[in-house]
Design a protein around this ligand. Structure first.
Ligand code: AMP
Ligand code: MG
Length: 417
């Protein structure tokens, strides 16, 4: 089909899903493993299944402050115990408890095997070491048993899991001071463009501050990778080639922005063609159609478009799955929700589109609207958005009230009513 003002079909552009699967099959996990201190493991990727070598908790203990008792059921629920000692956390009572005896116990204190219940302290009266309780006692009440949380030999965390704060807590409770994780791949980036000025310099009309390197730096920090900033390269084939050669020697993955469309000063794709391999360079997606993907020897290469919104969207759609794979992470998929459109939307046929949206919950139903102007240079409407509205390539007009797919990325309580 020909390009026209009503549609944007481009036969040389590949579909989003196909692009992702080509990217994933070209991305190889780094198999090197390092053993690092537990505290340094936040957001690193676990390189081994972790089995528990013990039961957690590893001893029978109390869930309450109260009395651990050896009780014999009474029909009238009237109980009298003699208090013979105490068991505090870290200070167990080691002797046997006979029938109708009790010990004072604190939360986490060891409960002797001879006790068959713990009574909350608020439910008893103590007088001269005699404890009276007038309530139903159920066998094993308020007792935590060994292995109740984690059983010995249970696989607790799997190879490929991104370690979060709860995982760190679990690993600590297993007594693991060190953890095996995948080593960090090196990811480098540079910007291209004659109009770009560093944020520390004065800017003239006709120039643009180089925001893309900062965006990329922010985006990459989320992952367990070593980041290398190669600065700005001017629109010149020789310079771009030189920088690509140097950076690809030092990195596992390289990302550039700008210079990939068909403009006269767009040299990135040509440079990649000369010194590496272009696997594809157009995706039927908006924003972000020109995206050169390929490799220079072992280094995978992503030539992202120059407009800042395109950088973020294409990073999230195409680079992020690859980063997850090369860092050793398990396959993770974005959560896709269904929401009701709050006003009419328009798009051209021919590209799958990801509009910036605001998703909110109104009386238990999800509603979505765009966050404003959708030009790929307008970063402020991405700042105001909390989701992408994902629209199929073949649709054009979408009426208010239609159910649409949304991919939330930062749903804060601000957006709730
Ligand atoms: P290009 O893909 O090189 O044709 O650039 C597309 C648009 O993005 C142009 O308006 C550029 O000025 C802008 N742009 C390119 N690189 C950057 C950058 N590093 N920071 C901010 N804007 C940029
Ligand atoms: Mg440019």
């Amino acid at each position: 089909m020909k390009d026209s003002c009503f549609n944007e079909y481009d036969p040389s552009a590949i579909k989003v899903d196909k692009a992702i699967s080509k990217i994933l099959s070209a991305s190889k996990i780094k198999n090197k493993v390092e053993i690092i201190p537990l505290k340094k493991s936040y957001r690193r990727i676990l390189a081994k299944n972790i089995k528990s070598s013990k039961n957690i908790p590893n001893y029978k203990n109390s869930a309450m402050d109260g009395y651990a008792v050896n009780f014999v059921e009474q029909k009238n629920n009237k109980y009298i115990f003699q208090c013979v000692g105490e068991s505090f956390a870290g200070h167990p009572y080691r002797k046997k408890i006979k029938k109708n005896e009790a010990i004072k116990v604190m939360t986490g204190g060891m409960v002797p095997d001879s006790c068959n219940a713990v009574i909350m302290k608020e439910l008893v009266e103590e007088n001269n070491k005699m404890i009276t309780a007038n309530s139903i006692i159920v066998k094993n009440q308020n007792i935590r048993f060994p292995g109740e949380d984690i059983k010995k030999n249970q696989t607790v965390l799997r190879d490929g899991k991104e370690i979060d704060e709860v995982d760190i807590g679990i690993l600590a409770s297993l007594g693991m001071a060190k953890v095996p994780v995948y080593s960090k791949p090196v990811i480098g980036y540079f910007s291209t463009g004659d109009e770009l000025v560093s944020v520390t310099d004065k800017i003239k009309k006709s120039q643009v501050y180089d925001s893309n390197r900062y965006l990329l730096h922010g985006l990459l920090q989320r992952y367990p990778v070593d980041i290398k900033d190669y600065g700005v390269v001017r629109d010149n084939l020789i310079n771009i080639e030189k920088k690509l050669k140097k950076a690809s020697n030092e990195c596992d993955m390289l990302i550039t922005t700008g210079g990939v469309s068909v403009g006269e000063a767009d040299f990135v794709k040509n440079a990649l063609d000369k010194i590496g391999k272009v696997k594809f360079w157009k995706i039927a997606v908006k924003p972000g159609r020109p995206l050169a993907f390929g490799n220079i020897k072992k280094c995978t290469f992503y030539g992202l478009p120059g407009n800042p919104v395109s950088v973020v969207v294409t990073f999230n759609l195409f680079v992020r799955p690859a980063i997850r794979k090369i860092t050793g992470q398990q396959n993770k998929r974005d959560l896709v929700l269904d929401a009701i459109l709050e006003s009419d939307l328009k798009k051209r046929k021919g590209r799958e589109e990801f509009k910036r949206g605001i998703l909110r919950n109104k009386n238990g139903k999800l509603f979505v609207k765009t966050s404003g102007a959708q030009g790929s240079n307008i970063l402020s409407t991405l700042k105001d958005a909390n989701c992408y509205i994902q629209l199929h390539e073949n649709i054009s007009k979408i009426k208010k009230g239609t159910h649409v797919k949304v991919i939330p990325f930062s749903v804060s309580s601000e957006h709730y009513e």
